[in-house]
Write a protein that binds this ligand. Structure first.
Ligand SMILES: Cc1ncc(COP(=O)(O)O)c(C=O)c1O
Length: 402
């Protein structure tokens, strides 16, 4: 079991704002003291440019940086040499689109996405489709807010070269049947790209067991800092893909006529890396590992169930996504005739931070028939009392508007 009240004490933001009810962990998680301290320590005691110097301090920086890669890869069940550091999940998906997509996709091909994708898993493919002429097919959702698997089985057939989908939706909270989808993709010879931005810090993930060809994640949503994330990809894919960006460290040799490439993963890591971010993220996953990812999932799932039960009792409140075991701690909701921005503003006046808008998921809102929504989302430090405060806050909104 996770003792969220104990865990909360590790997050200095709640010392600074003791009354803050933070319900926006889907946008970004708060950071524990251990992460902030590890980053400060690295900059104070180990600061040198990794992979570039042979003096002792530079060696120490390289060792710490590569250890961070190993730790984060292990956390997600991957070989460290298959982890490419990126700025965030968005950059990881763009990397796959540019490096793999640009060389493997053409006018006869189809890329399958879902309507529940974050814009970061739609727009890179749309940009590339304009250049390469391939078709994009979007899998729909069912009435309960799950991916329509019957449609997936119908659509994912020969001619589909790539399937890309969110492990967990940032709006519906639903965890997609990743293994089944990957199997469907592989049966037709397509590669499967999983957007793990909302899953990596909320449930146990083992990319090798899942069989994902590519898996994207963002450190800032995993109790880690901004500016670090990664792409995990099968080694043979990384070996076959051309570089994504050119610059220092990604080359083996450069002449005035051209260049040869470094080994993977460095082939995709041009320029000075975000070593501080990598150290911070490694500390964050160590923290999560100590909590136990099964416990994290159970805690956030239980909070989601509790929230749905409470919100369903309120007149005029609609929640989205299934009420079921495969539901994580993200609750999007609307209130009849009240703009989500008004909901968020009124909650903010009560010290409750929720997000309002389209949450970078406009096509999903369109599929749900709403322009926008309010969203409460949970983390390891979220308490039942936070949900009670939310419910009380929504009741006040209802009193004003109804
Ligand atoms: C499902 C999903 N994918 C991708 C992203 C993009 O993450 P980032 O902005 O950190 O790249 C988000 C961010 O909210 C998300 O929820």
């Amino acid at each position: 079991m996770l003792d969220a009240a104990r865990v909360k004490q590790d997050f200095p933001v709640f010392d600074a704002y003791p009354d803050l009810v933070y319900l926006d962990s889907t946008a970004t998680s708060q950071k524990p003291r251990a992460v902030i301290d590890a980053m400060t320590r690295f900059q104070a005691e180990t600061n040198a440019n990794p992979h570039r110097g042979i003096y002792a301090l530079a060696e120490a920086a390289t060792t710490a940086y590569e250890q961070a890669r190993a730790d984060v890869a292990r956390f997600l069940g991957a070989d460290p040499q298959t982890l490419v550091w990126t700025r965030n999940a968005t950059e990881a998906i763009n990397l796959v689109a540019r490096a793999w997509g640009a060389t493997n996709l053409g006018p006869k091909d189809t890329v399958v996405l879902t309507v529940m994708e974050h814009h970061s898993n739609i727009v890179p493919w749309q940009l590339l489709a304009k250049e390469k002429g391939f078709r994009i097919h979007y899998l729909p959702i069912t009435k309960e807010g799950r991916l329509d698997m019957a449609k997936a089985r119908e659509v994912i057939r020969p001619g589909v070269k790539l399937l890309s989908f969110a492990h967990m939706s940032n709006l519906l909270g639903v965890v997609n049947p990743v293994k089944d989808l990957i199997e469907l993709a592989h049966r037709t010879g397509a590669i499967a790209v999983v957007d793990g931005a909302q899953a990596a810090a909320h449930l146990p993930v083992n990319v090798q067991e899942l069989g994902a060809d590519c898996y994207a994640f963002s450190g800032h949503k995993m109790l880690g800092p901004f500016g670090i994330g990664g792409l995990l990809a099968k080694r043979e894919l990384l070996e076959a893909m051309p570089p994504y960006q050119g610059g220092g460290d990604m080359i083996r040799e450069v002449t005035l006529d051209g260049a040869t490439w470094n080994d993977v993963p460095q082939k995709f890591e041009a320029g000075t890396p975000n070593a501080v971010g990598a150290i911070g993220l490694a500390t964050a996953v160590e923290y999560l590992t100590k909590l136990g990812m099964e416990n994290v999932w159970q805690h956030e799932h239980d909070l989601a169930e509790y929230t749905l039960q409470k919100l369903d009792e309120l007149p005029g409140v609609t929640t989205y996504g299934p009420h079921s075991d495969d539901r994580g701690g993200v609750i999007a909701f609307t209130i009849k005739d009240v703009h989500p921005h008004d909901i968020a503003s009124m909650l903010d006046e009560q010290g409750i931070a929720v997000r309002a808008g389209h949450h970078c998921a406009q096509p999903l809102h369109a599929a749900l028939g709403i322009p926008s929504s309010a969203r409460a989302s949970f983390g390891v430090y979220t308490l039942k009392e936070d949900v009670d405060a939310l419910v009380g806050g929504i009741k006040k909104v209802l009193n004003v508007f109804m």
